[in-house]
Design a protein around this ligand. Structure first.
Ligand code: FAD
Length: 470
């Protein structure tokens, strides 16, 4: 049992830092950047927790992770009990512990923020999940008595997986239909290995399969089977097909060789393992100078991937200032440490090609910030006459994702909004069709892993309430 500190002593303690790979080394490999906490470091950090009751951190977590309880179990030095406490509500703790925007969720709500740094809840969650995986501790014993009801889920991203896990635990026969050859959604095709190793995603997916969930891969709903057919065959359908269609800028030269959408670039590198050459021979063309357009997490992932794939100079072009960048602060700091160049207050206007149709330059214009726009951020305004050309070999566009219409087109009576996202009740995930629920990015637009997990859980609860009355 670790020593329980008095509140005054807790406030005196600093947050325990997490060791990570040296930036000079890590730009040469795809290994995970942070190493995670050791047992001793986890105990030291857990000692800072105030054990609030009620706990604002739990309210800040869309998956309702029992934060004070699992941290208390760490202090008991009973990591297995901490793992079981987390797993009551969250099927993806190793994933969430790594990539959740904790600073806005659980840690954002932590009372410690008033005096210093919040408890490192994400790092502690990751520690517990990794420890359980290394020790082979699973939760397969929690399977409930079977109901005779079947649920179909479209998409195996965090929303689909979270919904599947909760329904399987309630005894439903759950089948996930996944278009790609591997389950995990953005966790496998979007987020790079150096932030979220694929073996970790696979491990958590395997745990969900052990609950009895079936996952059919290479199965595109809308082509192989329609949503209407699923509605006929299943008692309920949950649509969690994400927002994977890339947005483009609409500037001249966007179809030149050497221009990628971030989705394509990251999918080639992550899911198709182009980074793992010569074990995998997936074509990916990375020149000496690569520009990534955008300022979100996707842009940071693409630019850091380009650097690791051999770009001598990897550059972010973003039309606002650093303060407005939507990427997590930690991702921006990691990119800066890795030598990524930031061209801020800069907007591309034209991609320039050579006589063979390959990219050779990017014309940009400098921007200044004007009045706030409808998003509340100051609107970027071009500075007349400030155009300039950068010599570049690749341009990667990371300015957002849209809804792919394939699923919606095969779903009669499930209404979408003007952008093609499903209309679903925020609290239950119910759509305009009585047997269909929807959640995650295909309802909200591109958001976060934990919001998708939360949406999957809410839909599972609502499906259970509806089917247990039927
Ligand atoms: C590069 C990148 C980095 C990100 N980084 C972070 C981060 O650090 N932290 C964070 O919280 N969030 C991050 N996000 C956002 C987060 O990953 C998403 O919000 C989350 O994955 C959405 O989950 P989802 O289950 O709704 O959809 P997805 O993860 O998109 O999963 C949808 C699944 O449905 C499948 N599908 C689509 N159409 C069909 C069909 N017709 N039939 C069958 N299956 C289909 C897809 O193949 C996919 O597997 C990132 C996103 C990207 C793109």
């Amino acid at each position: 049992m670790a020593e329980r500190l008095r509140p005054a002593e807790k406030f005196k303690r600093d947050r325990v830092p997490m060791k990570e790979q040296d930036p000079k080394e890590r730009i040469k490999n795809f290994d995970e950047v942070p190493f995670g906490y050791s047992f001793e470091e986890a105990i030291k950090e857990a000692q800072r927790c105030l054990q609030c009751n009620p706990a604002p951190c739990v309210e800040g977590c869309p998956a309702d992770v029992h934060v004070p309880q699992f941290i208390d179990k760490i202090l008991d030095e009973d990591v297995e009990a901490a793992f079981r406490e987390i797993k009551i509500t969250n099927a993806l703790p190793a994933v969430c512990g790594r990539v959740c925007p904790q600073e806005e969720q659980c840690e954002g709500a932590c009372v410690m923020n008033k005096k210093g740094k919040p408890i490192a809840i994400g790092r502690l969650e990751r520690f517990v999940a990794d420890w359980a995986r290394e020790k082979g501790i699973t939760d397969e014993d929690v399977r409930a008595e079977k109901t005779n009801k079947k649920v179909a889920i479209v998409g195996s991203g965090p929303a689909g997986l979270a919904c599947a896990a909760d329904l399987a635990k309630l005894g439903y026969d759950v089948t996930i239909f996944e278009a790609l050859h591997k389950p995990g959604g953005v966790l496998v095709y979007g987020i790079p290995e150096f932030r979220l190793p694929k073996a970790i995603v696979q491990y958590e997916v395997d745990q969900i399969k052990k609950l009895g969930v079936k996952i059919l891969t290479d199965y595109v709903i809308g082509y192989i089977k329609t949503v209407d057919e699923l509605v006929e065959e299943y008692d309920a359908v949950f649509l969690a097909n994400g927002a994977g269609a890339p947005s483009f800028l609409g500037i001249p030269g966007e179809n030149l060789n050497g221009v990628y959408s971030a989705s394509e670039f990251l999918t080639r590198s992550n899911l198709m393992r182009a980074f793992d050459f010569p074990n995998y021979d997936t074509p990916i063309n990375v020149g000496k100078r690569v520009v990534v357009i955008g300022g979100g997490n996707v842009a940071m992932d693409a630019v850091r991937t380009a650097k690791r794939l051999g770009a001598e100079e990897a550059i972010i072009v973003y039309r606002r200032s650093r303060a407005e960048m939507p990427a997590r602060a930690e991702e921006i700091e990691h990119a800066e440490a890795e030598g990524i160049r930031f061209e801020l207050l800069t907007n591309p206007v034209r991609v320039i090609g050579d006589e063979n149709g390959n990219v050779k330059g990017l014309e940009c214009v400098r921007m200044e910030l004007g009045e706030p726009d409808e998003s509340g951020r100051r609107r970027p305004v071009p500075i007349e006459g400030s155009n300039f050309v950068m010599d570049v070999d690749n341009v990667i566009i990371a300015i957002g994702q849209n809804a792919n219409p394939i699923v919606a087109r095969s779903a009669t009576g499930v209404e979408t909004n003007k952008w093609g996202y499903f209309i679903a009740d925020e609290e239950t995930g119910k759509t305009t069709h009585p047997k269909v629920w929807a959640g995650g990015d295909i309802v909200t637009g591109a958001a976060t892993v934990i919001l998708a997990v939360g949406a999957g859980k809410k839909a599972a609860k609502s499906i259970h309430e509806t089917l247990s009355k039927a």
